[in-house]
Design a protein around this ligand. Structure first.
Ligand code: SF4
Length: 891
């Protein structure tokens, strides 16, 4: 047992969600769960966790876990097999396809959820031993445009700054980033700088998000026009003498061309305002703030990256920092906020189709270097297919064998419905997963391999500031689950590559990864872990969070790049890039007049396979929704709380309506999290256009032309069960985690008799059913082992759904027994969102406290209700709520 698992206070590990990379102390409770707290010693977070990280203890149950290898039988069912059978099938299948069709007929699709060691082994197998670069990752959907922008400007995928810059900046510009929800702990850090040092915050976003509420200046920009804003800024900086000519002359090339292009796109503040949809006064105020403030950090995230012009947006931002020499110094620089916990680690190993390994590309000398290091028999000689192109090649039948690891592309890819169909073309479809069922598995995976989950895995992740942290196991591997690096290595051995994949531990893999970073690296490559290449198992076990580069035996700490130049281009100079400013790829039309924007909500992560297990997290925004401006809602006949169909040229979905002034007229916002597992038709990936950035291959997920229309249901209701059920087709439903079970929220035009059939089929589980059936309503409760195991209530819209299934059982079964409810709490279906997930405080409670005069400020709400006093993720929403209530009192 390692020194860390012996610590009385728990095991130090890292959060598996966003790219902030917060440190966690996990203390196993002896019952398969763990008590989770922030690690005060972790330098990325200093003990803070957001609502998602705090609720990790609720996501460790094994009920939904894949615990054994499974093989799909010819009649379609999955059945358990042993590891030997499963791995032999995978190895034989890949070998057969490569021998017959060549290496480009196979592909791996990886994930920013994998540990670096998992990524490294998969990348090595495909690019060095199978001979293809068809290794891509869901990070392509997340931050590929930042990677491409960095490489164009810096010659390498280098994040120049560190989180401490957010403490030292006097101006923080957030572009396309709802950091209050998507990077909450980092956002709280910005808020502290704003409160304590009076740093200014500018938010550039088409939506008035909760992040925007905190801004000193909010710029509600038109979708896709960020390049024009930063071109206008560059022109302004040039014309007001705010450039650092010493820096640009010494350390950059291409300035004149980039400035000339900027003048073409946005020659002055008036044209900038016209092109961005902003007021000229706002544009000028932003320009002035940027010009007059030396310490500026510009953070950008998915609103910039997830765009068919994403790379140019990134370079337009970087241009302004290069032009003013504001890079690599305390409190200044462009800063990509990474979405996933280990997107950076994936970038480091080269787990993208257009990278080779260890921040090397496909230049002949780089291929040769990696070949010699790996002693590789069959190197990939050119870039592979990026995510969208990879799945389109599957659709065309060109890729015949696919291995998906730790991700759910059937939900997250653009035009996801078409991609699900394409997966059926595969001759071999392997999925390494934690869960028994998700949309990708259900798209017809042939072989399921049970992978270790967070809490069981051991290895490293890298956060947005290049900080490598250990994820440590604090729970035993359940069933037959194994780490991904083990699964890939065992497959490689069965393909004849025993020696090259003889790893015994994650530490073995990490040492090789570090050694490759340092191999023939004489300061010519940014990514360098030389000092870690020889660490022992004990040192790996004890490794404290460390920022790279880690050269010459001295661990890096707070090191920044580029203040004195030293770029990773052939001449050592940064390149200004003259950006393009094309129109958005798909145009709106009479049929699709809206722009559909997609994004995250505060308390869910990706396709909810983990966060969806937590009742606490479900209570924030439990139902899929579309946010729409009141004017547009009225024109479309939509009401708050009603239902709307959203359609694009690629698919449609039906979600609840949320009317909000925070949304721009002409635009819609729908969250990304719901899938076929958790809702009847709310997979927003189905609707997203597969348009991609020409440089990064990242899809445009923020501006698909869309239509919206009202949908009416006559009945609504809910079912509570202790187990997943299959709902009648045509019904609208969403599955919500509740304490001890599941709540299905329902809307339907189907006769109550359909629900009677459903109750018998899905709820009884061999026990008795007590029911009440009327022409327009249905109620039933299922008994199992003398406990009420499930119940359902369907009624006309407007009618109350509150009832006690125990009364029905006592009456209908006429034995007078008082049957208890099995584990599931009885309660009215709750539709009011919880503001504070930690203490389950609803908006009405805040409202009551304010009305009663017991609290009027965020601080007082915290004192009275405790809301906002734990993780702080809800503080921006509390402020918004209090401001809204204050405004309504004044009016
Ligand atoms: S901000 Fe939240 S989700 Fe992100 S790493 Fe920290 S605790 Fe996890």
């Amino acid at each position: 047992m390692s020194v860390h698992t012996q610590l009385a206070e728990g095991v130090r590990t890292t959060c598996p969600y966003c790219g902030v990379g917060c440190g966690i102390v996990a203390k196993p409770d002896g019952r398969g769960g763990a008590v989770i707290s922030g690690d005060p010693a972790h330098p990325a977070s200093f003990g803070q966790l957001c609502s998602k990280g705090s609720a990790l203890g609720e996501t460790l149950a094994l009920e939904q876990r894949l615990l054994h290898p499974m093989l799909r039988q010819p009649y379609g069912k999955l059945s358990q097999v042993d590891w030997e059978q499963a791995l032999a099938r995978v190895a034989d299948g890949f070998r057969r396809v490569i021998d017959r069709d060549g290496p480009d007929a196979v592909a791996f699709y990886l994930s920013g959820q994998l540990l670096t060691e998992d990524y490294y082994v998969a990348n090595k197998l495909m690019k060095g031993f199978l001979g293809s670069a068809n290794v891509d990752t869901n990070s392509r959907l997340c931050m590929a445009s930042s990677v491409a922008g960095h490489r164009r400007a810096f010659g390498a995928d280098t994040v120049p700054g560190v989180y401490a810059d957010l403490d030292k900046a006097d101006l923080i510009v957030l572009v396309g980033s709802n950091a209050a929800w998507c990077h909450p702990v980092l956002f709280q850090r910005m808020m502290r700088n704003q409160a304590e040092r009076h740093a200014r915050l500018v938010v550039v976003d088409p939506r008035r998000t909760v992040t925007a509420e905190e801004a000193d200046l909010f710029l509600p920009i038109e979708p896709g026009t960020d390049t024009a804003l930063f071109c206008g800024l560059m022109v302004h900086l040039a014309e007001t003498g705010a450039l650092d000519r010493g820096y640009t002359d010494a350390h950059t090339t291409g300035f004149a061309e980039a400035l000339a292009r900027a003048r073409e796109i946005a020659p002055d503040s008036r044209v900038t305002a016209e092109r961005t949809g902003l007021s000229e006064a706002h544009v000028e105020e932003f320009f002035r703030l940027f010009r007059e403030t030396r310490r500026v950090v510009t953070c950008f995230s998915q609103g910039v990256n997830q765009s068919a012009q994403g790379t140019d947006k990134v370079n337009a931002i970087i241009n302004c920092h290069l032009a003013t020499g504001r890079i690599g110094l305390p409190g200044m620089g462009p800063f990509s906020l990474t979405g996933q916990p280990n997107a950076m680690g994936g970038r480091e190993v080269g787990g993208l189709a257009n990278q080779l390994a260890a921040h090397m590309g496909f230049e002949p000398q780089e291929i040769d270097r990696v070949r010699r290091f790996w002693n590789a028999p069959r190197m990939a000689e050119r870039e592979g297919l990026k995510a969208v192109q990879m799945f389109e090649a599957i659709e065309r039948g060109e890729i015949k064998a696919l291995w998906v690891m730790a991700t759910n592309p059937a939900v997250s890819l653009p035009r996801a419905g078409g991609m699900r169909t394409a997966l059926k073309n595969l001759e071999l479809f392997v999925v390494s997963e934690n869960v028994l069922s998700n949309d990708t598995i259900n798209a017809g995976a042939h072989i399921l391999l049970p992978a270790a989950a967070w809490g069981e895995k051991d290895g490293t992740v890298t956060n947005s500031e290049r900080r490598i942290s250990r994820q440590r196991a604090f729970l035993p591997l359940p069933g037959e689950a194994q780490p991904d690096w083990w699964i890939v290595s065992e497959t490689a051995r069965r393909m004849g590559f025993t020696e090259a994949f003889a790893y015994q531990s994650a530490a073995d893999v990490f040492r090789e990864h570090a050694a490759l970073s340092c191999f023939e690296n004489h300061g010519t490559r940014d990514f360098d872990l030389c000092a870690l290449a020889g660490i022992s198992d004990v040192e790996f076990d004890a490794l404290d969070p460390v920022q790279w580069p880690v050269r010459g035996g001295v661990p890096g700490d707070g090191s920044r790049f580029f203040s004195q130049g030293g770029f990773f281009t052939p001449d050592g100079k940064a390149r200004f890039v003259a950006p393009e400013f094309p129109a958005l790829s798909e145009k709106t039309s009479a049929s699709y007049p809206f722009r559909l924007n997609t994004g995250r909500v505060r308390d869910q992560w990706h396709s909810m396979t983990r966060t969806g297990l937590s009742p606490r997290l479900a209570s924030h925004l439990p139902e899929p929704f579309v946010e729409i401006h009141p004017t547009d809602a009225e024109a479309a006949g939509l009401e708050e709380g009603g239902y709307a169909k959203i359609a694009t040229a690629h698919g449609s979905c039906v979600v609840k309506v949320m009317v909000s002034h925070n949304q721009r007229p002409g635009s819609l916002f729908v969250p990304i999290h719901w899938s076929g597992e958790t809702a009847s038709g709310a997979c927003i990936g189905d609707l997203v256009a597969p348009c991609t950035d020409p440089h990064s291959g990242q899809p445009e997920a923020k501006a698909t032309p869309a239509a919206i229309s009202n949908v009416s249901f006559q009945l609504h209701g809910f079912a509570r069960t202790s187990h997943p059920v299959s709902l009648p087709k045509q019904a609208w439903w969403v599955r919500v985690a509740v304490p001890g079970g599941l709540e299905y929220r329902l809307a339907t035009n189907q006769s109550p008799i359909v629900w009677h059939d459903f109750a018998y089929r899905e709820m009884t589980r061999g026990g008795q059913l007590a029911e009440e059936l009327e022409s327009d309503r249905y109620r039933a409760a299922a008994l199992s082992d003398s406990e009420i195991d499930a119940w359902i209530c369907i009624a006309p819209f407007g009618a109350s759904l509150q009832w006690d299934p125990r009364a029905l059982v006592a009456t209908e079964l006429q034995d007078g027994s008082a049957y208890p409810l099995r584990r599931i709490d009885f309660g009215l279906m709750e539709t009011e969102p919880v503001i504070c997930a930690c203490f389950q405080i609803r908006a009405s409670a805040v409202q009551e406290a304010i009305s009663a005069g017991t609290a009027t400020t965020v601080k007082e709400i915290g004192q009275v209700l405790r809301a906002g006093t734990n993780c702080g993720s809800c503080l921006p929403e509390l402020k918004r709520l209090i401001a809204g209530l204050a405004a309504s009192c004044t009016n």
